[in-house]
Design a protein around this ligand. Structure first.
Ligand SMILES: *Cc1c(COP(=O)(O)O)cnc(C)c1O
Length: 386
């Protein structure tokens, strides 16, 4: 269901690669290698093996019977990315990119992380494959996320605090890109979401598309037909594009991405270039990427993947926002009715599904992508509810 190879990573007017020439060369080589190995039978078999034996795929598509009853509308199914090893979808992409790095002969993996979730997934995969791992993290973020720093260190990674600039994610990205340009001969930059310059959005989608490859097969087995809607939260957009991928060419399936109302890149962003690619971006009065805030750290990003930007502008997918109150309510409702504590990110998708349900019939089906489990968020929710 992949679209034909896009013109150098363009999705309509979005995507592309806006980086200095020395980085462009490195990315061009990466792109060649990705297309070469993507369809290689031995590579595909190795990926399949680790997704099964290490990540624990395939994960279930659970019928949420009590939630369906409570909402009184369409059948609700949950795609259980929360049951993956490390508790979220990010590991799918980390394993895929590490296997590619190995094929390319890299000895060293670098990554940047904001809240630390992508850093932990990367450090996990590096431990598993015995790769040297360096994680760049804004100094401010290392203080706010001390426990995730410790997790990465337990897994054998070196965490480098970045003091430049504001000591935040953007500064960590710049530092990691600088490292890549210097060390590209033995180093692979493992990017965590469906963002960044080409080929990253295409590559991350490829490794996350397993979500909808499975859910499509599972829903046809269980219900004998496709769902009417697929709902997923969108930060950079990797779990959502993975959950949508195999339905994009199925016009009867509504695709709905959900953002925090305080970081609505898709609902209010304008076309602009950020971090080396073009997408819908939230800008402030000075035309700079806006400072966003979300109670879900994984959704706190002023841009969004280029393919989502295109799906939005072309009308193929819909994007909506939910409030913090709705998210907190969904977090508790799913816990209470199904015994599943969702990640705060994933609770955005649940919250929107609840608003969507009354507009649909009982003979219809919604798949909600549960991108991760909520253990990491329990203390934060405790503090917020107190
Ligand atoms: C990181 C994260 C997200 C947001 O990232 P996307 O690239 O938009 O998927 C969503 N859910 C969970 C559980 C995460 O860890």
């Amino acid at each position: 269901m992949d679209q034909p190879l896009q013109q150098e990573g363009y999705f309509g007017e979005f995507g592309g690669s806006f980086v200095p020439p020395e980085l462009q060369e490195v990315l061009h080589y990466l792109s060649e290698q990705f297309y070469k190995f993507r369809d290689d039978p031995a590579f595909k078999e190795e990926l399949r093996y680790y997704l099964s034996e290490y990540v624990g795929r395939e994960n279930p598509l659970t019928y949420a019977e009590r939630l369906t009853k409570a909402w009184g509308g369409p059948k609700i199914y949950l795609k259980r990315e929360d049951l993956n090893h490390t508790g979220a979808h990010k590991i799918n992409n980390a394993i895929g990119q590490i296997l590619l790095a190995k094929r390319m002969g890299a000895k060293r993996i670098i990554a940047e992380t904001g809240a630390g979730q992508h850093g932990v997934a990367t450090a996990t995969a590096c431990a598993m494959f015995n790769m040297e791992c360096v994680i760049y993290m804004g100094a401010e973020d290392t203080r706010r996320q001390a426990l995730n720093v410790f997790r990465m260190e337990l897994l054998g990674a070196k965490v480098v605090p970045v003091n430049k600039g504001q000591g935040r994610l953007k500064d960590a990205v710049d530092e990691a890109l600088g490292d890549l340009v210097q060390n590209y001969q033995n180093t692979f930059y493992l990017l965590g979401s469906a963002v960044g310059p080409h080929p990253f959005p295409t590559m991350v989608k490829h490794f996350q598309a397993i979500i909808s490859e499975e859910s499509k097969r599972q829903i046809v087995e269980k219900e004998g037909r496709l769902p009417d809607a697929v709902v997923a939260c969108a930060g950079g957009g990797s779990n959502a594009i993975g959950a949508f991928a195999h339905y994009i060419d199925e016009p009867t399936v509504r695709l709905i991405g959900v953002e925090p109302d305080q970081a609505p890149s898709l609902t209010q962003g304008v076309p602009s270039i950020i971090h080396g690619f073009k997408c819908l971006v939230l800008l402030d009065e000075d035309g700079q990427p806006k400072k966003t805030y979300s109670i879900a750290a994984g959704l706190d990003y002023p841009g969004i993947g280029p393919e989502h930007s295109h799906l939005k502008v072309s009308g193929r997918a819909e994007y909506a926002t939910v409030t913090n109150e709705e998210v907190l309510e969904a977090f508790q409702e799913l816990s209470r009715t199904e015994g599943i504590i969702p990640a705060l990110e994933s609770a955005h998708a649940v919250a929107y599904a609840k608003k969507l349900a009354p507009t649909m019939g009982q003979d219809q089906i919604i798949i909600v992508n549960l991108s991760g489990r909520g253990d990491k968020d329990v203390e934060q929710v405790y503090q917020m509810l107190k």
